[in-house]
Ligand binder design. Structure first.
Ligand code: ATP
Ligand code: FE2
Length: 331
């Protein structure tokens, strides 16, 4: 049984094809490069509308199948930008109705975790989900993925993106900060804000911009920004690991490709005798395969959605969804 998944919660459009055994037959994508000022929800929506048809063709070619071989259409139902989500849902409905196949809307955050479990050996991990829109520490407890801690303001990817935008380094900020950080080892004191298992990055953003305005070098600031933000993430993950008594950590989301963050978490896991997992880079950031795969799991355990229930949920919480496929593993 083949699932075609469509992703488009923000500026990246993705289409993936995955079978019911978790074999990824195709995963293609295209990102909108925003002008100065960040992502405009309406522009993201137009980008998806324009890009989805050609990405579907590309994915079918990659998978070497015909469109009529598709048995299920999956799409990201939220969380995300309203207009972007509605573009994706419209495309998914059109495709499912045209092909006369079931449709299923899935939670984007859970899709990041499930593609991580599929592409690594992680079974029941503490997940650190870090991206442009989300920063959450998640653990499976009593039938659902529970958010043990999260950012109280902006996401860590957004911190890196906004910093780069403010100092004129371009977009997306994450890879630029990672590259510049390698050129320095001089730590400049920056605010470190962890409250239990929650974090705050907005004070860190403002302070780093102020230091730049006062003449600190971009290399030193990128290094210090990474060291500070990633230490905060490592501290809360360590706390979650101790709290849950689990023995695996899964890093997922677009920021997960960062080598320094991987290194810090891997050292922490070693100290705790825990396994550390990170998916292949192409499945860390937003992609269609993760939506197609979660679609398979949701369809198997919950069935398809009625077309009236395919509306989007902009603030779709990770812990709103029952995940029966995990029950045999966790508590
Ligand atoms: P979500 O909807 O889950 O919040 P998203 O729209 O932010 O996802 P992702 O592809 O999951 O999309 O993540 C993009 C983020 O990843 C951006 O903030 C980007 O700067 C960050 N990123 C990409 N590469 C790196 C890197 N090498 N180091 C740090 N951050 C990175
Ligand atoms: Fe994402």
């Amino acid at each position: 049984m083949l699932s075609l998944g469509i992703e488009g919660t923000a500026e990246k459009t993705g289409v993936g094809i995955v079978d019911n055994n978790g074999n990824i037959l195709a995963s293609v994508g295209e990102a909108l490069i925003p002008q100065a000022g960040g992502i405009h929800p309406r522009e993201a929506a137009e980008h998806h509308a324009k890009t989805i048809p050609k990405l579907i063709k590309k994915a079918l070619n990659e998978a070497k199948i015909d469109i009529h071989d598709i048995d299920l259409v999956s799409f990201s139902k939220g969380p995300g930008l309203g207009p972007a989500l509605r573009s994706v849902a419209t495309a998914a409905r059109t495709l499912a109705l045209g092909l006369k196949v079931p449709i299923v809307g899935v939670n984007h955050c859970i899709a990041h975790i499930e593609i991580g479990r599929l592409t690594t050996s992680a079974e029941d991990p503490v997940s650190l989900y870090v991206s442009g829109g989300n920063t959450q520490i998640i653990s499976f407890e009593e039938g659902r993925y529970r958010v043990l801690g999260e950012t109280l303001d902006i996401a860590v990817g957004n911190l890196l993106d906004q910093f780069c935008r403010e100092v004129g380094l371009g977009h997306p900020g994450g890879p630029i900060v990672e590259k510049l950080a390698k050129k320095s080892s001089k730590y400049i004191q920056l605010p470190y804000t962890v409250k239990g298992m929650d974090l705050s990055f907005s004070g860190l953003l403002t302070a780093t911009i102020r230091k730049y305005e006062k003449g600190a070098s971009l290399e030193d600031l990128c290094y210090s920004l990474q060291e500070t933000a990633f230490s905060m993430l490592t501290e809360v993950t360590e706390r979650a690991l101790e709290h849950t008594k689990k023995d695996e950590v899964l890093l997922c989301g677009g920021v997960a490709v960062n080598k320094r963050l991987q290194e810090m978490l891997s050292i922490m896991c070693d100290e705790h005798g825990a396994e550390f997992y990170v998916p292949p880079a192409k499945y860390c950031g937003d992609n269609g395969a993760m939506i197609a795969w979660l679609g398979q799991l949701m369809y198997k355990y919950h069935g398809g959605d009625d077309i009236e229930n395919t509306t989007v949920i902009q603030r779709y919480r990770t812990d709103e969804v029952d995940v029966p496929w995990m029950k045999s593993l966790g508590s």
